[in-house]
Design a binder for this molecule. Structure first.
Ligand SMILES: Cc1ncc(COP(=O)(O)O)c(C=O)c1O
Ligand SMILES: [Zn+2]
Length: 415
């Protein structure tokens, strides 16, 4: 593919041929980055062309994706998610502006659809019949969703703790689901072994270099929605670290193309006991395993699979990292819902909790324009959501009972 120069290892720098290598570095097992020929891309595409492109999905960015034809594509439309402005929260936090990128509006209700769509399109180009992945839940449900109707079968490895709605999505989309009696990390290792044994194409995050390529389209959209400007700060929930490194890649692409003038600083948000990337960023850069325990299942990771690239993205952007407790995450679910109408799953709400923490710790300043990435929809984990909220009122179907309730809680005036 002429637009792609090579794949390059994030750890040791070794170069690989794009068409000869589907997964990680053959020397050190590090994650590979897709390196584009920007001179060629500059001749092929201008920001005006992107602006006038009527395609309302990530496929409008086909020139920047590692796909040759785009003739066979998944059916569900991925991307083009809304970017809301919240003046109320911006004012309260004392920042210049706040935008909320609602990735829960993707077909399977998470940002992961961007990655899965690119991986499935590549699998179709390569003629694969089976795609597998390990996942805490969202990557799997997105893979099963975008593979539906393409003729590709999906075989999914999830830890048995994955929330039921995500499992329901998988089954509805026709995946074969293998629940592993162990952690996400166990599921990951088993999935790699399975793909080596049976030749299944593997989408797993941090193993397949194309997931980052799909996720970067979220950054492209933010730039376009902000009229070809990046915000000062982008706040991102981090587990494996692939979303944050994908976003960075997206901003870098558009910067290299001359579509945006300045790059944003990335603020990584991790759960308190699932903070290997934060620790590495603030320490010696080395990723060391942590317990990974948090209510936010999608960012519950002991050993991040794309940790090196995640730390690099935070450092290169001169960004910062914060950690948040499970209580702060649950409070953020409710607060975000009440104040913006966006229902976030705990991992996604962590971005909002992290924003508040970053403001408190002086990592986000008064004049900053900020975008937070709400990476997945709250309906994916209603048990956690119910812990974040009060209970409904239960009454007899009688006006007397209603009057009693209205009086008790002053509901006549809104409560
Ligand atoms: C909703 C949600 N938020 C955040 C993340 C974290 O992304 P990453 O593991 O690439 O850091 C995930 C990953 O599963 C997710 O599903
Ligand atoms: Zn390497």
């Amino acid at each position: 593919m002429r637009k792609i120069k090579m794949l390059q290892c994030a750890d040791c720098g070794k170069e690989h041929d794009f068409d000869d290598n589907d997964y990680d570095c053959t020397s050190c097992g590090g994650n590979l980055h897709v390196i584009y020929n920007y001179n060629l891309l500059k001749k092929r595409v201008t920001y005006r062309e992107l602006e006038n492109n009527r395609n309302r999905s990530i496929w409008r960015y086909m020139d920047f994706l590692p796909l040759s034809s785009g003739k066979k594509l998944p059916v569900p439309e991925v991307g083009f998610t809304p970017l809301y402005r919240s003046e109320v929260i911006a004012e309260r936090l004392g920042i210049e502006s706040l935008h909320i990128k609602d990735e829960g509006r993707n077909p399977s209700a998470s940002l992961k659809d961007r990655a899965s769509a690119v991986v499935v399109a590549r699998a179709l180009e390569l003629g694969h019949k089976i795609v597998t992945t390990a996942s805490t839940g969202n990557a799997a449900s997105s893979l099963a969703c975008v593979a539906a109707g393409t003729g590709i079968k999906t075989i999914i490895f999830v830890p048995k703790t994955a929330p039921a709605p995500k499992i329901a999505q998988l089954l509805v989309f026709g995946a074969t689901v293998i629940m592993v009696d162990g952690s996400y990390d166990d599921a990951f290792d088993l999935c790699v072994q399975a793909s080596q044994e049976y030749g299944w194409y593997n989408r797993s995050t941090g193993y397949n270099p194309l997931t980052r390529e799909g996720k970067k389209t979220c950054a492209y959209e933010i730039c376009q929605q902000l009229d070809w400007e990046a915000p000062d700060k982008v706040v991102v929930p981090v587990g494996d670290g692939n979303i944050i490194s994908g976003l960075w890649k997206g901003f870098i692409d558009f910067h290299k193309m001359g579509f945006i003038e300045k790059l944003p600083k990335l603020v990584a948000v991790q759960a308190e006991h699932s903070d290997a990337v934060k620790k590495a960023f603030e320490g010696d850069g080395e990723i060391k395993p942590v317990s990974g325990k948090t209510i936010a299942d999608s960012i519950s990771v002991s050993l991040p699979r794309d940790g090196v690239s995640a730390v690099m993205s935070i450092k290169d952007s001169q960004g910062a990292a914060v950690s948040v407790s499970d209580r702060e995450i649950l409070n953020a679910v409710g607060e975000l819902g009440r104040e913006t109408g966006v229902f976030a799953e705990p991992a996604a709400a962590a971005a909002f909790a992290g924003l508040k923490k970053a403001v408190k710790e002086g990592k986000i300043e008064d004049g900053d324009t900020v975008t937070i990435i709400i990476t997945g929809n709250g309906l994916k984990d209603i048990n956690s959501a119910m812990k974040a909220t009060g209970k409904p009122h239960l009454i007899k179907p009688e006006i007397g009972a209603l009057k009693e309730l209205v009086g008790k809680h002053n509901l006549a005036n809104g409560g």
